[in-house]
Design a protein around this ligand. Structure first.
Ligand code: 5RP
Length: 221
């Protein structure tokens, strides 16, 4: 799995060109893309990165990748990010690392959105992985009850004995559904709830998925 993550992440640099502004995802698969990008930057590649999390910003800066913010750019040429689960239509569940809101803002704004995963993340129908949902801390218990009414068990994300706080100073509710029949409808219903910032369902956003399989990659479009 580790090798498949590395292979998938590194493959994504083939879609990078000089002059691009690149959305930099979060997690242990896109980590390999960012490492490779750092190598290319040190050899003279001229690109800018817009990070989806504080952790990624720190990593990119440590590798010498120039960082920009939304105020400084007109567009993002391509965003590369990992996922927790991807189906055959390239819909995904994201947010395992708690960065789903910034990840979705950047994925939606990018001209092209490429997901990098190892093959364990691929499934016919979304629902194997729990669904992360970012919510406001105020009234989170009420929001959690409203989400649970859609047929899942909801857990407030904890790190050790502390509540996880997102980069946007919100909470993450991890929602365990037995099965997700209609991911798009589920996303719409949850998103309609006051207190919900966004869900980890990324529907119709990805243009391509790079899957690490053994020593090779498969590209799904
Ligand atoms: C972070 C994410 C990650 O992309 C997702 O959790 C996959 O991570 P990894 O590549 O470490 O398995 O959505 O919010």
């Amino acid at each position: 799995m580790h090798l498949e993550k590395k292979i998938a992440g590194e493959k994504a640099v083939e879609f990078i060109e000089d002059g691009m502004t690149i959305g930099l995802g979060t997690g242990s698969t896109v980590y390999w893309f960012i490492q490779k990008l750092g190598e290319l930057v040190s050899k003279g590649l001229n690109v800018k990165g817009i990070p989806t999390s504080k952790n990624t910003e720190q990593l990119a800066r440590s590798l010498g990748i120039p960082i920009v913010s939304f105020q400084e750019i007109d567009n993002i040429h391509v965003a590369i990010d990992g996922a927790d689960e991807v189906d055959e239509k390239l819909n995904a569940i994201k947010g395992g690392g708690g960065a789903l809101v910034r990840e979705k803002i950047i994925a939606e704004f990018a001209n092209q959105f490429i997901i990098v995963v190892d093959q364990s993340k691929c499934s016919k129908q979304l629902g194997n992985h729990f669904l992360p949902v970012e919510v406001t801390p105020f009234g989170w218990q009420g929001t959690a009850n409203n989400i649970a009414a859609f047929g899942c068990e909801v857990k407030l994300r904890q790190v050790g004995n502390k509540t996880f706080i997102s980069d946007n100073n919100n909470y993450i509710l991890d929602c365990y559904f037995k099965k997700i029949n209609d991911a798009s409808l589920l996303h719409q219903r949850i998103k309609m709830l006051t207190g919900v910032v966004d869900t980890g369902l990324f529907i119709d956003l990805a243009d391509m998925v790079i899957v690490g399989k053994g020593n090779e990659t498969e590209i799904i479009k």
